[in-house]
Ligand binder design. Structure first.
Ligand code: SF4
Length: 374
């Protein structure tokens, strides 16, 4: 199996917390999208022999480009790659772009799953985040998407904002559980260097998120969704039974994928590669092949990826795949693992080592303690 990721590097406006690659200069849209089709054609051999079971339009904001552009990209993929019969095709959409005609066109183009960027139902929060929609629009968009048959769609949420009360978060999760959506991705607000939010915090214009609020909100998130029958299958991801995301699951299982467009990442044959995070440079450098960089993963990189990705998921780390790399995690970290198993943060079933419900919030920290340092 394999995946294709398409990075649509355009947004209407810049959200204050965002450090993804995007541009608000939409004038190069046509050229960039044409080159992405070219890149898809050019790289078809990278997934030779693999069936593609997921196509993911991320960004940026894929919902701001024309539905016909999305259709052309999907058609290019269908022409060049071997597609699975069970194909998940996701498009990230902002609520203010979701309207009935577009939903119909996306469906005709082959999109069968939307990832709706709700982020918050608090209008003050949405304002300081500089989101291009309010909470009413977000709810209307979710309703419309479901009504038009996108029932496998997902909502993105952010928590950990100091000004969001516990009750507000509980109400948001109640809405999520009741609205009919089948998947939720919820992320703790992080302050990335170079973002508007980090400047605001440095100048004292905004209160920084703190660990206490993040873990409190996370506890509420897990309690509320699990008690409503959601499957908590990764630190930040929850699905109604049978609705886990193929795209996400492939990524955590280190299944190969081709990423096209400015800023897109790819993984295959133990090589990670990333395209230049600049629309102008992508356009200029594509023809001479200097639009990306890559690195061959070392044994240490592979081991650390298996540990990090495994600990974030409900399945856990496949300790046999570490053994296959000549690494015995129990020999390396015997005392540490014993104490974390005893204090209920980790559990082991003879094959998989995983974080417990209590330990999952700390998955990244535990993983970094277990990393192999070469
Ligand atoms: S819409 Fe998405 S990609 Fe664009 S700035 Fe906001 S968070 Fe970033």
């Amino acid at each position: 199996m394999a995946g294709i990721y398409l990075h649509i590097p355009f947004c209407k406006q810049a959200c204050t917390y965002c450090d993804f690659h995007f541009s608000t200069n939409l004038s190069t849209q046509e050229e960039v999208l044409a080159l992405m089709r070219e890149e898809l054609r050019f790289r078809e051999n990278e997934l030779a022999g693999e069936k593609v079971n997921t196509i993911y339009f991320g960004g940026g904001t894929p919902s701001i480009v024309g539905a016909d552009d999305i259709a052309r990209l999907i058609q290019t993929i269908a022409d060049q790659y071997d597609l699975s019969d069970k194909l998940e095709v996701t498009l990230e959409a902002n609520p203010d772009d979701i309207e009935i005609v577009k939903l119909g066109s996306w469906k005709t183009a082959g999109i069968n799953r939307l990832s709706i960027g709700v982020q918050s139902l608090n209008d003050d929060v949405l304002r300081w985040m500089n989101r291009s929609h309010n909470s009413k629009q977000a709810k209307e968009a979710v309703h419309l998407a479901l009504e038009q048959g996108f029932e496998t769609s997902t909502i993105d949420l952010i928590y950990g904002m100091p000004e969001m009360s516990e009750q507000e978060w509980i109400d948001t999760l109640k809405y999520v559980s009741d609205c009919g959506i089948n998947h939720v991705s919820a992320y703790n607000l992080t302050v990335e260097n170079g973002t508007v939010l980090s400047h605001q915090i440095k100048k004292g214009a905004r209160i920084p998120p703190d660990d206490h609020t993040g873990s409190l909100h996370y506890g509420i998130l897990v309690d509320r969704l699990e008690s409503n029958g959601w499957d908590h299958y990764e630190v930040s991801n929850f699905a109604k039974p049978g609705f886990r995301s193929t795209h996400n699951s492939n990524y955590w299982s280190r299944i190969p994928y081709v990423g096209v467009g400015p800023g897109a990442h790819s993984f295959a044959d133990n090589i990670r590669r990333w395209n230049v995070s600049s629309n102008q440079h992508y356009l200029k450098k594509f023809s001479d092949g200097s639009y990306f960089e890559s690195e061959q993963l070392t044994r240490t990189d592979r081991i650390n990826e298996i540990i990090m990705l495994g600990l974030r998921t409900a399945i856990g780390i496949d300790t046999y795949s570490l053994e296959a790399e000549g690494f015995s995690i129990f020999r390396e970290h015997e005392d540490y693992l014993k104490s974390f198993i005893e204090n209920g943060m980790l559990e082991w079933d003879e094959t998989y080592l995983r974080t417990t419900r209590k330990g999952m919030y700390f998955a990244d920290r535990i993983a970094s303690d277990l990393f192999l340092v070469s």
